[in-house]
Design a binder for this molecule. Structure first.
Ligand code: AAT
Length: 292
């Protein structure tokens, strides 16, 4: 450990640790679920860390939040009801609220401290909470889904932390079954699905489970986020049986001139070309994912 630097050390990426230079520690706390840290870095703006793992930085959060949101929402015509699981910082809410067809945005985040800290230190991310369509539920995503009537949502976005800690169940088969049940026929889900460089074994399991559960389409996409382990992160995109969804050809582009979108400031990362490109996989990953 280098003094004055934050190093992201975890058994999920043994033998490596990305480091950021710390200018100032702004918040340190312990919630019921995890350690919460906010610091000012010298080159990535403010950084939110949970249990030693970077959740977002001001500089590159746009890549993750825009992709995890617009990959599913731009792939489905006219989404109205959207559920976010995790994502307590509000960044995914900010992105969902760019879509003017959306009427209801529910979010279930387990840790109220994440919400409070984000509102205090990351106003440009937590701005998502200001949309009147948003309802916040504090609780476990699995328990929340158990109470959702069948076929409620057009889209579910699972913005979850890694499978060590409170998010473990969000990577398991029973959870995906609950998500499928909560979606209408032809509804879409997008989940945080780790790194092709580090977690092919986890991705393999997710793909296998999803192929058994989601009878529409099942796809893996990825993007670059410099402060996530290995600098890339992937997404599992699935649809339930019903009107077919072709994730690789977005049918619902964002209207940047719409008032909902304008009030949030411009998109920084997402566009239709990068949407289609996100599904192109390196050969080693394609081989494993296609065989599952
Ligand atoms: N948008 C920032 C990126 C995240 S945040 C993940 C969120 O999921 C955290 O706020 C965490 O408290 C919440 N969470 C964890 N488990 C649950 C659960 N069971 N139910 C509801 N919310 C939960 C993800 C960063 C990815 C990091 C990649 N290394």
């Amino acid at each position: 450990v280098i003094p004055g630097w934050f190093s992201e050390i975890s058994p999920m990426w043994p033998g490596e640790a990305h480091s950021l230079k710390v200018e100032k520690i702004l918040f340190q706390g312990k919630s019921e679920y995890q350690n919460v840290l906010v610091f000012q870095s010298s080159t990535y703006g403010k950084v939110l860390v949970l249990d030693g793992v970077i959740q977002l930085t001001e500089r590159d959060e746009c890549a993750y939040q825009e992709m995890i949101t617009h990959l599913p929402l731009c792939s489905t015509p006219n989404p109205k009801k959207v559920l976010v699981i995790g994502g307590g910082d509000g960044g995914v809410l900010r992105e969902v609220s760019r879509h003017s067809s959306v009427e209801q945005i529910d979010i279930c985040e387990i840790d109220k401290m994440v919400v409070d800290v984000s509102k205090q230190f990351f106003p440009d991310v937590a701005v998502g909470y200001e949309d009147p369509r948003v309802t916040l539920h504090i609780g476990d995503g699995v328990a929340f889904l158990k109470a959702v009537p069948e076929g409620t949502y057009d889209a579910v976005i699972v913005d979850s932390s890694d499978p060590i800690g409170p998010a473990q169940e969000l990577f398991e088969k029973p959870f995906f079954k609950l998500v499928a049940n909560a979606l209408r026929p032809g509804g879409v889900v997008c989940t945080q699905a780790e790194s092709i460089w580090l977690h092919m074994h986890i991705i393999e399991d997710i793909v296998k489970n999803c192929r058994q559960i989601f009878k529409g389409s099942v796809n893996y996409a990825w993007t670059t986020v410099p402060t996530y382990p290995s600098g890339v992160i992937g997404f599992m995109l699935c649809s339930t049986e019903g009107p077919p969804v072709d994730f690789k050809h977005p049918v619902n582009p964002i209207d940047a001139n719409d008032s909902h979108c304008k009030s949030k400031g411009p998109l920084k990362f997402y566009n239709s070309e990068i949407h289609a490109a996100a599904f192109c996989l390196p050969s080693f990953a394609k081989k494993v994912i296609d065989s599952k």
